[in-house]
Design a binder for this molecule. Structure first.
Ligand code: NAD
Length: 372
């Protein structure tokens, strides 16, 4: 007889440790107007506003709403947080006498704010405009000479996050879908994380539910504000899970693929997700029960159907990955050891990559080599 007590998500109450970040969260349509108040509350007198080049105009508007609280705008936030860009931004911080940052944008801009804070100790106010979730994690990935290194520490975690869903109304349809699937990946891996907790299981399940409903609605109508609100709420929950537990085979493979082949972050997550979840579905069957309740069975195949229905990219080959690259990626994926619910070996990881390269429904017959 099973004597373990379990929660409604099926998480076992047989002992756990739960740590979560102390960030202050402000959520709501129109909450961008609260940035000046939150900047002051964080003890910042002059904030350097950070954006990507594409969001420079939004950054200028935010700086103007900050009035005397704005020290300037730095508009060169770049994917994968290159150390050279961070050095330019730290110089801008010093030259403008700024004592805090306001990062407005996706994970790339948030990453720059974290990189500045980790070097200078200045407080960060983050205004996320995608679903990446970086704003609630104490993790920073940086690149130098083509090598990405990741580190974690409380000094990296932003102090305040302002989620204003109206800023996501402009998120292009393709990025809406891939960024949402990136967030769902945090929650799915959080469900079976070795250091998970019943609280993270609740957050992950609620985050997945939000995206299960919001992404099809946004695929039908990108201007659906209720769906935008729900998706950003889901992003916060999924990001909180990412910040609290260790990720596994899905995130590690995306990291390996993205780093070695310079692939775009969110589409890589979107393509791999049905395949990595199919890979662990049996080994982590009890922990993935809430996801099966939401998406159906078998989980990898039903996730493939879900991502297809919302117009997500399906094939690594569409990102320009050559079949010949897969052997190298499989070798690289085995070089660093990490925990997974199902042990990796050369053969099963290569087969997973082949499936993701060809983009067929997990569980269906594998495509012959060479046919994407
Ligand atoms: P991104 O920040 O690179 O943004 C992609 C593009 O979309 C940019 O041009 C950006 O300006 C634009 N954009 C963002 N929001 C928009 C909006 N609302 N409307 C119109 N355009 C908009 O993409 P991302 O997927 O959010 O972030 C990816 C980066 O974040 C990667 O470097 C990844 O490693 C990092 N990341 C880190 C963590 C962590 O915990 N450390 C977590 C997730 C992602």
């Amino acid at each position: 007889m099973n004597t373990t007590t379990s929660t409604t998500t099926g998480a076992a109450l047989d002992g756990f440790t739960h740590t979560t970040g102390p960030a202050r969260i402000v959520f709501g349509r129109g909450s961008l107007a609260q940035v000046p108040e939150e900047v002051k509350r964080a003890g910042v007198r002059r904030a350097l506003v950070l954006t990507s080049p594409e969001q420079a105009e939004q950054g200028a508007e935010l700086a103007s709403s900050l009035g005397d609280l704005a020290a300037g705008v730095f508009t060169n936030a770049t994917m994968h947080t290159p150390v050279a860009v961070t050095a330019q931004a730290v110089t801008a911080l010093r030259e403008t006498n700024a004592d805090g940052v306001v990062a407005l944008g996706g994970g790339s801009t948030t990453g720059l704010g974290k990189a500045i804070a980790s070097r200078t100790g200045v407080p960060q106010v983050v205004v996320p405009t995608t679903y990446a979730g970086s704003e609630v994690t104490p993790v920073l990935g940086e690149t130098e000479h083509g090598v990405k290194t990741t580190r974690s520490g409380l000094e990296i975690l932003p102090e305040v996050v302002i989620y204003d869903p109206s800023l996501t109304d402009t998120l292009p349809a393709a990025l809406t879908v891939t960024s949402g699937l990136n967030a769902m990946a945090h929650a799915l891996e959080g469900l079976y994380a070795r250091d998970g907790s019943p609280v993270f299981a609740v957050l992950a399940t609620e985050g997945l539910r939000a995206f299960r409903d919001a992404l099809p609605a946004l695929h039908r109508d990108p201007s659906d504000q209720h769906a935008r609100d729900a998706a950003l709420y889901g992003a916060w929950l999924c990001g909180t899970v990412l910040g609290g537990v260790g990720m596994s085979v899905h995130h590690k493979l995306c990291h390996t693929l993205g780093g070695s082949l310079d692939l775009p972050h969110a589409p890589t997550h979107a393509i791999l997700l049905p395949h990595t979840i199919a890979f662990v579905a049996e080994a982590a069957a009890p922990q993935l029960a809430p996801a099966r309740d939401l998406f159906g069975t078998p989980l990898g195949a039903t996730l493939h159907d879900f991502t297809t229905a919302i117009g997500a990219p399906q094939r690594l080959s569409d990102l320009g990955v050559a079949e010949a690259d897969l052997d190298r990626v499989a070798d690289l994926a085995l070089t660093s050891a990490y925990w997974t619910p199902r042990p990796l070996d050369r053969q099963n990881i290569r087969a997973l990559l082949q499936d993701a390269w060809a983009g067929h429904r997990p569980g269906s017959l594998a495509s012959p080599v060479g046919t994407p």
